[in-house]
Design a protein around this ligand. Sequence first.
Ligand SMILES: [Fe+2]
Ligand SMILES: [Fe+2]
Length: 202
Amino acid sequence: MLCLTRPTDPRWVAAALDDVDAILVDHAHCEMKAATNALALAARAPGDAESVRVLVDLAKEELSHFEIVLAELGRRGLSLGPPPVDAYAAGLRTIAHDTPRPPRLANGALVDRMLVAALIEARSCERFQLLVAGLASAGEAELARLYDDLLASEARHYRTFVDLAVRAAGGDEARVRERLSALAAAEGELCARLGTGATIHG
Ligand SMILES: [Fe+2]
Ligand SMILES: [Fe+2]
């Protein structure tokens, strides 16, 4: 799906359905981090008004997702609490740092940040799809609908971040795609290593 090289371990779905409350709390934090990350990236691309506009729109949308999940936490009597450790995002940043970039890739650090964000969106989208199916068969129809509503946005955000990476690289799509393939292969291995905890990214 999208650029992913490995599917999520089926044991993750079982762990997630076993502790839906923990998934929702982690998910709320993921949406808030997605909003703040989009704004942080906008601040790094001040010379490109179009990228800034796209990133600010994306931040607003992620914030609206955060509000949707926060409302669901409220309905269930759950509080947000401190953010759980995000070993997945940290692992992706390490991968981007340790994987040599294609020679002559312009703006490599910014391109990497866009591609790491794209991979997070792609994996979120894949997992939301698994949650929709799992929640529906567990009788959680309303929650299944919530994830169904969100997953199309995350697929769109994946494409947005790849487009932004190409813009940051001065239109060099071939090198960005080469970079994305290398990072996606490493993401698949990371996901296989982490993938069975009751958090959105395992
Ligand atoms: Fe989102
Ligand atoms: Fe997103």
